[in-house]
Design a protein around this ligand. Structure first.
Ligand code: SAH
Ligand code: TYD
Ligand code: ZN
Length: 416
């Protein structure tokens, strides 16, 4: 795996994609590892890094300057299990049907997924006895997928792993991924690997949180250690062009607060949907190719920070209690950038066993099991899992019936 940390004296660095020299437009301050829920004994050794973001005007990649090494983030203690959301399971079932529709004429289909995690996606292929392989470096989540009968290996995908995969299984009909391509700083090696792995008429389908939505809604919480990139159609077009791939479709998704599904194939191999030029034009109009847009984005982030803190402080000064709801990775940026502490919120309720009984990264707010929430409703619940609001509001009707109020901050700071 190729991973070169940038280490220059001035604040410039080389774009992860095109090596153009660029400079961060903003810092979110010292940030911890967003999924590193920790015990009190580990507070003194917690890892922090200066989280700065930059935009490359040459290849349109929105990116982090620095981040922890991939091994620090993705290992046998990885805390994110995809299967915690039922709606995401439905989402991936539909995703898999779409993949199948692209490869239905293939007599010997083979689907490779990277970031396969606990098998939430591949289970749909395994059930249909379709040859598949999951590749994911986090051993604990891979083990869960294996228990579900999924064929998976613990590894960081790159061109070397692609070669080994072809030797063992042959070439792939579909390369798929969700919420992982944007995690990988050595993205050029991933594209080289995809090129090695794919059949000539193979299809690449992946989705990630979308830069256009982040800019539109100021959802800066999508920026955290794992997200090296926030992609747009323009940036994906550039990243894949080097190996002769073209975008053949773009499909906006509601997941993770607004994502984009990118579908690519070798140039000329498949029909190009009119969505591609439409979305590229919309991105031009939105300013996603212009550095000026990110100056405005920075101001919006600062404004959001002031508003959220003053809302919490007002509630606390009136003597009411606030608890966080869902210890998402995204909440790590909100909490640490805004300076939210245990004085603002008493604890965060979450359904993931590995997070419970631990403390949130950076600001060390206690994480409690979701089952305790209804035993001890707070006056206000700060909804860190806003991207699951439909699912959460439906299951927490009692909280509201008993006078509880939600504080949400996307798309605006609101009390409902
Ligand atoms: N696809 C799932 C999981 C996303 S979390 C979903 O959308 O819910 C990101 C996953 O990518 C983690 O399980 C992490 O271990 C994995 N990952 C990180 N870098 C990777 C790489 N180079 N190759 C394959 N998987 C990787
Ligand atoms: P998600 O937005 O997928 O996380 P991330 O920002 O890490 O990508 O949310 C997953 C977290 O939310 C996980 O810790 C479980 C928690 N959660 C709840 O506590 N209750 C719920 O009803 C749901 C849907 C998620
Ligand atoms: Zn670049």
């Amino acid at each position: 795996m190729k991973y070169n940390k940038t280490d220059k004296k001035d604040n410039t660095f080389n774009c992860w994609v095109c090596s153009n020299e660029i400079e961060p437009f903003m810092s979110f301050g010292k940030q911890p590892i967003a999924n590193n829920f920790l015990l009190e004994k580990d507070f003194d050794n917690e890892y922090f890094f200066e989280m700065e973001t930059a935009f490359c005007p040459n290849c349109y990649s929105f990116q982090l300057k620095n981040q922890p090494s991939p091994e620090q983030m993705f290992n046998e203690n990885y805390a994110f299990f995809s299967g915690t959301s039922k709606l995401m399971a439905d989402h991936f079932k539909k995703f898999s049907s779409m993949v199948l529709s692209f490869i239905e004429s293939d007599k010997d289909p083979f689907v490779v997924e990277i970031g396969s995690n606990d098998g939430i996606m591949l289970t749909n292929f395994a059930k249909k006895n379709i040859k598949h392989l999951g590749i994911d470096p986090s051993e604990n989540v891979v083990n869960v997928s294996k228990e579900k009968g999924i064929n998976a290996v613990v590894d960081f995908f790159d061109e070397e792993v692609a070669k080994k995969t072809v030797e063992k299984y042959g070439k792939a009909s579909a390369f798929i991924a969700a919420n992982v391509m944007c995690h990988i700083p050595y993205i050029n090696s991933i594209v080289d690997g995809i090129d090695i792995l794919m059949k000539d008429d193979g299809v690449v389908i992946f989705e990630d949180p979308y830069l256009g939505e982040v800019v539109k809604k100021t959802t800066y919480d999508q920026i955290y250690d794992e997200h090296t990139f926030l992609f747009s159609a323009h940036s994906i077009k550039e990243i894949f062009a080097r190996k002769g791939f073209e975008l053949i479709d773009l499909i906006p998704q509601e997941t993770h607060g607004g994502s984009m599904r990118y579908i690519l194939a070798k140039k000329g191999a498949r029909t190009v949907s009119k969505n591609v030029s439409e979305i590229l034009n919309l991105e031009q109009d939105q300013g996603l190719t212009s550095p000026e847009t990110f100056k405005i984005f920075k101001n919006n982030c600062e404004e959001y920070k002031r508003k959220l803190l003053s809302t919490l402080e007002e509630i606390r000064s009136s003597g009411k209690s606030i608890a966080g709801y869902a210890a998402t990775s995204k909440s790590t940026t909100i909490i640490n950038y805004c300076g939210i502490t245990n004085n603002h919120i008493d604890c965060i309720y979450d359904t993931t066993p590995i997070k419970q009984g631990k403390f949130s990264p950076g600001s060390h707010i206690p994480i409690k099991p979701h089952s305790d929430f209804s035993q001890n409703y707070p006056d206000y619940a700060l909804l860190f899992g806003y991207n699951h609001s439909k699912e959460i509001f439906a299951k927490e009707k009692d909280f509201v019936a008993q006078g509880g109020k939600w504080i949400t901050y996307v798309p605006d700071i609101k009390i409902i």
